[in-house]
Each structure stands twice: as C-alpha cells, then as structure tokens.
Design a protein around this ligand. Structure first.
Ligand code: PMV
Length: 313
C-alpha cells in the first residue's frame, strides 16, 4: 500500500447564511489560500486493522478504536471504510493538519472530512467520487452542528463557486468579472452549532418575523447571482451591506463584527458583511485593486487577528 495525501480548500459564504438552513438559496466560494490536509502512511509491523489518528491542532493522538462515535475525524475514517466495505484495513497512520481557522466560518470541519475521505479511500486503492464524498461529508457535518444545510461540504468537495439550495443539486455560478475579497478573522471563535441553535430558537418564538427575514435574504441572494454574472461589483457590495442588516436582525452579528464591517466600508470597501455562523468568525469585504491595501489596514486597526485575500473568478 502506498502513502496517500489529499487536501481540501476552505470556503466562505458570500450571501445567504442561516436562511439557507430554512430552504433559501445561498452563495459560497472556495478559498484556496487555506486548506486541510490528510496524509496516510502504511504502518508496517502494526497489527492488521490498526488505524492511528493524529491531529495535533485538536489534541487527537489515538487509535481509531479508542475514539468515540461522535468524534468527527474518526467518523470520517469510519465512513470511508464502511463505504468501501473494508472491515479490517491494512494498518495505517493518518495525520490531519489544517490552515483553516477553527470555528471561524471557513468550513474547517467539512474540509477535514473531505480530505480524510479522499485520503483513506485513495490509500485503499478505491478513491471515492465527488458525489459520494459530498454525501458522506454531509453526514459528518451533522456531528459538527446538528442541522447543517450542506453548503459547506458541497462548495468544498467541488471546489467551485456555487448557488446552493438545501436538498437540491448544486448549481455552478457564472462570474462575469473576477472579484477581490478580504476575509478578516475577528479572532472570536463562535461554534456554528450555537448560532444555528440560537436562530432556531428565534424562529420558534417568532416564526413570521423570521420567515420574513429569511425570504428577504433569499431575494438578496438571487439578486447577487445576477450581479455576479454581470460582473457588477458595486451592486454586489450594496447587496452585501443589505444582507448584513438582515443578519443583524437575526441577531447573529456582534459589536466587534459591526466595527470590522464599518472600518472596511470607511476605507473604501464596496460592501462588507459577516460570513458563516456569525457572533464571531469572519467579516468579508469586497474590494478593488485600489482599495485592497487600505481596507486590509483598516481591518487590522479595527482588531482583526488575521486577514486573508481571495479572488472569485
Ligand atoms: O461557515 P460556517 O461553517 O459557520 O457555516 C454556517 C452556515 C450556516 O448557514 C449558518 C449553517 C449551514 O449549515 O448552512
């Protein structure tokens, strides 16, 4: 058995987070500047079936058998073995690492799952196809946060910009002109499970108001798809700002995220909003070649822990 390596990119949601859990569309793009990597080495001499997992960043260094069913890394390994009907694989060691900020809305969980599914199936000589990887990664997403829409695993598996509706085949986005985005990490970790649960409580308490907000977000997402196809950056920026107002109304923003977005706009960004679960994680800003450096500086002055540049093409 030869060694096997697989990686998967991060992602950001450009428009439509949270509402997408309730059936509205959302737009997400891969971010290749960051990635998760899974490396497998055969463990010559170890007893057959022995699988060792090491992921320093999350403090895992254990045999697969010792990890609980709810552990998402172990679940990804088991999902790959089950999908291939392999009860006892040749012994191997799996190392997982990632440059995607944890709990930051950049899809670290889904990227790790996709990388593991591909590395394990590749190691066993039967690489799983994208459709199967996507379906299995979706099941593992449920361990991360109960009721995922499936947008993270989809954009990351296909590494494509997508227009996504829960439960429907993904649609590749047409992009009329490349976009330049800055992603500012607020440094505040906010588990998506918590913000998704908070929105659910709000929706249960005030169904009509929340349904109205979700529908308005859906309208923004459809308008954004058209503006993207036309390459209309000014319109996209305005739509980002409008989406952010609605995210605030869903109560998933925070004073810190608002300050980051305001700083970006003052420095010339065409628009800015939180991305992902909110209450922490990232703020994204749409910039141009002329404004990029100034907005990056403004983000840092407003307290961003890190700023990543990415292009949507
Ligand atoms: O970017 P993340 O992983 O925080 O994704 C959150 C996106 C939500 O719409 C809030 C949840 C989901 O499953 O789509």
């Amino acid at each position: 058995m030869a060694a096997s390596v697989a990686s998967a990119p991060g992602k950001i949601i450009l428009f439509g987070e949270h509402a997408v859990v309730y059936g509205q569309p959302a737009i997400a793009v891969p971010v290749t500047a960051v990635s998760a990597k899974a490396r497998i080495q055969p463990d010559i001499g170890a007893p057959g079936g022995r699988v060792w997992l090491r992921a320093e960043q999350v403090g895992v260094d254990a045999a697969l058998d010792e990890l609980p069913a709810g552990d998402p890394l172990a679940a990804a390994v088991r999902a790959a073995l089950d999908a291939l009907g392999v009860g006892q694989p040749p012994a191997f060691r799996l190392g997982v690492s990632s440059t995607i900020p944890l709990a930051g809305g950049m899809g670290s969980g889904a990227a790790v799952s996709v990388a593991i599914l591909r590395a394990v199936s590749g190691f066993l000589g039967h690489p799983l196809g994208d459709e199967q990887v996507n379906a299995l990664a979706f099941e593992i997403e449920k361990l991360h946060h109960g009721t995922p829409s499936g947008i993270d695993n989809t954009v990351i598996t296909y590494a494509q910009s997508i227009f996504f509706v829960k439960g429907q085949p993904m649609e590749r986005l047409s992009v009329g002109a490349p976009l330049q985005l800055l992603i500012a990490d607020s440094g505040a970790a906010a588990p998506t499970a918590e913000t998704v649960a908070a929105v659910r409580r709000g929706w249960e308490a005030e169904p009509q108001r929340y349904e109205g907000l979700f529908a308005q977000i859906g309208g923004i997402v459809r308008a954004a798809r058209a503006a993207l196809a036309e390459g209309d950056a000014a319109e996209l920026g305005a739509l980002m700002d409008a989406n952010q107002v609605l995210l605030q109304e869903l109560d998933v923003s925070s004073a810190q995220l608002e300050a980051l977005a305001a700083a970006a706009r003052s420095a010339g960004a065409l628009g800015a909003k939180l991305s992902g679960g909110g209450r922490g994680g990232n703020v994204i800003a749409l910039v141009s070649a002329d404004t990029s450096a100034g907005v990056e500086e403004a983000f840092r002055e407003a307290g961003a822990a890190a700023v990543i540049q990415t292009r949507v093409a």
